[in-house]
Design a protein around this ligand. Structure first.
Ligand code: ADP
Ligand code: MG
Length: 642
């Protein structure tokens, strides 16, 4: 019987190994940029074509390579960064396995140009499918340029596996941002096809964060800086009032590398407990410096989750550090890590119970109380109701045209916010409605098309500023006033959007909407829908858009908040789903303009609202699936009096 084991040809072995390191264009960008940083570059340009599928170029002004090193750099386990096994554990450089270039060379075509500052001539190498095609001396600027073309050209299965350009580009941007956040002192540019997505000059950390995510953040960042014997943590956290459901920038770095750490994430979020509504997120940029021997050596270059030896103790330090910053911000005396009696946390023993560092943090502090009083728009948006009430009452009035609307002062009271109430379970048929003043009693018979509620009383009662009570054939109907109005407005806006007849209202002093570079392609893809409802946006370049016109219904509503929300739902749901975007827009505008709880309604207003509700195709539920109305059956009422 003949032997059946065969050695794989090198080229196949290389391709298999490459799969581990190089998964997508973003991995190439990461490896090349990290090499450039290791080479001491102070300026790094990244240029990608077709999200890196056609080409990826990284140009640096680092120390370059000699002719021999240039050739050797593509050999597997060729590295200038480790000499012996011990080095593995003390490693502070980026990549260290000497595998990245060999892997890229196995699955793409590479042109390398490099020159050391001290050499007169540089070296140019063409390599493809792990084979050197040519090596020649060349005139070149000091530093290194890698041009990687046609990634996975020789592994069709993997090339097919690549995602849409928008997804691959967004992965590249994510890697780029993570690296740029750790090296503010290095200047970076990122170009996609011919568009400049980022141009980041060398600067300090705070400016780098603003350069990446927008100047608006400047007002929002609080400094974090603690030193313990276990770990040093510095960076920034965002003020509680900036909390939102989506789109927060959350970054941990350890010893200069990005990491994911769900456990420490909880420590941060715990520190914000009671300061931000549940389910909302805040941005943070926290940098850990720690003895590398106390963390799990991140052998795998793709690995972003890192194990810490003293995880629980560090958890406490993270939470205390964040609380300290929040406390300082509120001018509440707290733990001070800089004084003599700072908690010097000793090496942690897992046998001992953990006692959190003591702080004088005021747990009773409620930013919403003070913030609401100051009347900032940020405060109202942090309360879950995303919009300030419209100045104009057009919608409400046009719905009840011809009817005098008594706009109660409660209308503008920010404590009346949508969806704070739960269902109808708590409704008690205990006779408490008797306290409500009955309106003039006129019985009207109204037809509601195919609707089941064909016969109702013209008498409507408003209960607790929320429910409209009316008698129908089968019993007593309760209608949630805000939800009913939401349904009515949503249907109206949907009709406008689908018929493309949204009317733009010119703006005298245009606001600027800033889109993070990474999100520009997605934002551009929903531009058509935004135009259709009446947004007029002018691209100013660099992700800035002037809001020259807003849908006429939106006058007085914070259009930047609204655009942000639209952008984030496009990111989540994918901009291809046009209908969902349209619905999202209609719902947002409806939510922003629907009447709130607490607003007193006259009988005629209630009649109008109910009539309009039953003219809708689906009056029973709001567009986002909440119950609009419920009926207490006559039999049930009768049972109560048995
Ligand atoms: P590693 O970074 O783990 O050493 P790589 O395969 O990424 O392995 O790179 C191999 C070697 O090529 C590096 O150790 C370094 O000496 C050299 N090298 C790669 N990129 C550059 C660059 N941009 N400038 C100078 N030298 C480089
Ligand atoms: Mg490397």
């Amino acid at each position: 019987m003949s032997d059946i084991i065969q050695l794989l040809p090198d080229s196949v072995a290389n391709q298999i190994a490459a799969g581990e390191v190089i998964q997508r264009p973003a991995s190439v960008v990461k490896e090349l940029v990290e090499n450039a940083l290791d080479a001491g570059a102070s300026t790094i340009h990244v240029l990608v074509t077709d999200a890196g599928k056609t080409s990826i170029q990284v140009i640096d002004d680092g120390k370059g390579m000699s002719e021999t090193d240039a050739r050797l750099s593509f050999e597997r386990h060729a590295t200038s960064k480790i000499r012996k096994a011990d080095d593995l554990f003390a490693l502070t450089t980026m990549g260290f396995r000497g595998e990245a270039l060999a892997s890229i060379a196995a699955v793409a075509q590479i042109e390398l140009k490099t020159r050391r500052p001290e050499d007169e001539l540089g070296t140019q190498i063409y390599i493809s499918d792990s084979k050197v095609d040519s090596q020649t001396p060349v005139a070149a600027s000091p530093g290194t340029s890698f041009l990687v073309s046609n990634l996975f050209f020789n592994v069709p299965a993997r090339r097919k596996f690549l995602k849409a350009n928008s997804t691959e580009l967004s992965n590249i941007i994510t890697e780029f941002e993570r690296i740029a956040l750790v090296h503010p002192d290095v200047s970076f540019t990122l170009h996609s096809n011919d568009t400049e997505l980022y141009n980041l000059p060398a600067t300090i950390l705070r400016q780098r964060i603003l350069g990446l995510f927008g100047k608006k953040l400047n007002q929002q960042l609080l400094n974090v800086d603690v030193n313990t014997s276990l770990v040093q943590i510095h960076g920034y956290i965002a003020k509680p009032e900036t909390a939102r459901k989506k789109g927060a920038h959350q970054y941990f770095f350890v010893n200069g590398r990005f990491m994911k750490h769900p456990y420490f994430h909880r420590a941060v979020m715990d520190a914000y407990e009671k300061l931000i509504p549940t389910g909302e997120q805040i941005s943070y940029f926290l940098y850990f410096d720690i003895d590398p021997s106390t963390i799990d050596v991140n052998i795998h270059p793709m690995k972003t989750e890192i194990k810490f030896e003293n995880e629980q103790a560090i958890w406490q330090i993270v939470a205390a550090a964040v609380k300290e910053s929040l406390g300082k911000f509120n001018a509440i005396p707290t733990i001070d890590f800089d004084t003599e009696d700072r908690p010097d946390i000793p090496m942690f023993s897992t046998d001992l119970p953990v006692t959190p560092p003591q702080t004088n943090y005021d747990t009773g502090f409620d930013p919403f109380k003070s913030a609401a009083g100051s009347g900032t728009s940020a405060s109202s948006s942090s309360m879950g109701g995303s919009y300030s009430r419209p100045k104009a009452t057009d919608e409400w009035e046009s719905l009840y045209s011809g009817v005098e609307v008594a706009m109660g002062s409660k209308l503008n009271n920010p404590t009346f916010v949508d969806d704070e109430f739960e269902g109808f379970d708590s409704f008690e048929t205990d006779g408490s409605i008797i306290g409500i003043e009955p309106q003039q009693e006129t019985m009207v018979a109204t037809f509601y098309g195919e609707n089941q509620f064909q016969e109702k009383s013209g008498l409507h009662l408003q209960f607790k500023g929320r429910f409209i009570l009316t008698s129908v054939k089968s019993g007593l109907m309760l209608i949630d006033q805000r939800r009913a109005h939401l349904r009515v407005l949503f249907d109206k806006y949907m009709a406008q959007i689908t018929q493309r007849e949204g009317i733009a209202q010119g703006v005298l002093f245009p606001d600027i909407f800033q889109v993070p570079a990474a999100k520009v392609p997605i934002f551009e893809s929903i531009m058509g829908e935004l135009n259709a409802v009446g947004f007029e946006l002018t691209n100013l370049g660099g992700g800035s858009y002037a809001i020259n016109g807003v849908p006429s219904e939106l006058e007085g509503i914070n259009s930047i908040d609204l655009l942000n929300q639209m952008l984030h739902s496009a990111i989540e749901k994918g901009s291809q789903i046009k209908e969902e975007i349209q619905e999202q827009i209609a719902l947002s505008i409806a939510k922003a303009s629907a009447i709130n709880y607490g607003q007193t309604l006259t009988n005629e207003e209630m009649i109008n609202l109910v009539d309009n509700l039953f003219a809708c195709a689906a009056p029973n539920y709001t567009p986002d699936g909440k119950v609009v109305l419920a009926t207490i059956k006559e039999e049930e009422i009768e049972k109560l009096f048995k």
